[in-house]
Design a binder for this molecule. Structure first.
Ligand SMILES: Nc1ncnc2c1ncn2[C@@H]1O[C@H](COP(=O)(O)OP(=O)(O)OP(=O)(O)O)[C@@H](O)[C@H]1O
Length: 238
């Protein structure tokens, strides 16, 4: 009798056969994958593939038409959506304070200081948010997502607009969070970044999962994730 393959990783969220229609358009088609604690998972795919829709289903903004999303009920989840939401007329610091209160913040004041320093955000906190650049807005959204001290972070394009140093700082911060045992789901179009950051990737196209693999495993077969992406997406493999 063949031995059952057992997985000892701790699951944070399980998606099984998720289907989602918006109007008449079938956006997600039997989407299934797992999100684990202590792992950085990248959700990649071409424009319009269904990445943000998947995140909206996980975070409960969208109700799925069929399929199941199983979440550990005690799991604290933070979502950084593709659009930033702030009190625009307030300073970054005031936003931090308001979100802290709103989300019943769990992160210590020292850790808030640590992350704002690490993300290169500290000098901007005294300025009003409507004056922020795109990259600085992304950094503030990321900082705000850390305030509830989440177990799982869901990050939709958190690095868009970041300069190279800020990108390195955010990458290091995300890896540090993972080393602390947290799970991370991130979307990105920057496949070189995904190679540096993620442990595993899920590739989605036209609402269907085409690949779910460890990054190192994929890189041992393909020279780069870009090559794999072209093979699966451009060549129309499914
Ligand atoms: N509110 C909506 N109404 C109609 N169609 C929608 C809506 N939201 C998303 N879609 C469609 O769903 C599909 C998936 O969109 P989604 O934003 O999930 O893709 P994505 O993979 O995140 O794309 P991108 O990489 O461009 O951000 C697209 O065809 C999009 O046009």
């Amino acid at each position: 009798m063949p031995m059952e393959k057992r997985d000892f990783r701790t699951k944070a969220i399980t998606l099984r056969k998720i289907n989602k229609k918006i109007g008449e358009k079938h956006i997600l088609k039997d989407v299934s994958f797992d999100i684990f604690m202590n792992e950085i998972l990248a959700l990649i795919g071409p424009n319009g593939a269904g990445k943000t829709t998947t995140i909206r289903c996980i975070s409960g903004i969208f109700k799925v038409d069929s399929g199941t999303i199983i979440k550990n009920p005690n799991l604290r989840v933070s979502v950084v959506s593709e659009k930033d939401f702030f009190w625009e007329g307030d300073t970054g610091q005031k936003n931090v304070e308001r979100f802290y209160k709103y989300f019943e913040g769990k992160l210590s004041k020292d850790m808030i200081d640590y992350y704002s320093e690490k993300l290169g955000l500290k000098e901007f906190l005294s300025k009003k948010v409507h004056t922020y650049s795109k990259g600085t807005r992304r950094k503030l959204s990321f900082l705000l997502s850390l305030l509830p001290d989440p177990d799982l972070l869901i990050l939709d394009e958190p690095m868009s607009g970041l300069d190279p140093i800020s990108r390195i700082n955010m990458r290091e911060t995300i890896k540090e969070l993972k080393r602390a045992g947290k799970g991370v789901l991130i979307t990105s179009h920057d496949l070189a970044e995904v190679e540096k950051l993620a442990d595993r990737f899920v590739l989605i196209k036209d609402g269907k999962i085409l690949a779910d693999n460890l990054v190192w495993d994929a890189l041992s077969k393909y020279q780069s994730l870009e090559k794999l992406f072209l093979d699966f997406v451009k060549e129309g493999r499914s």
